[in-house]
Design a binder for this molecule. Sequence first.
Ligand SMILES: [Zn+2]
Length: 50
Amino acid sequence: MSSTTASLGNCPECGAEIAAASKLIEYERTDGTTGVYAECDQCRTVVTPK
Ligand SMILES: [Zn+2]
């Protein structure tokens, strides 16, 4: 499935919205779902948006 989303979710550290453009990598979790690492624009931390 390919869908374009404007945001990946929110930063668990500061709560800022993470833009899709901030995505660094995708990885497959052990349960088969796709996880994402992105850099938060607000606190400059690499996080998994939620
Ligand atoms: Zn943040």
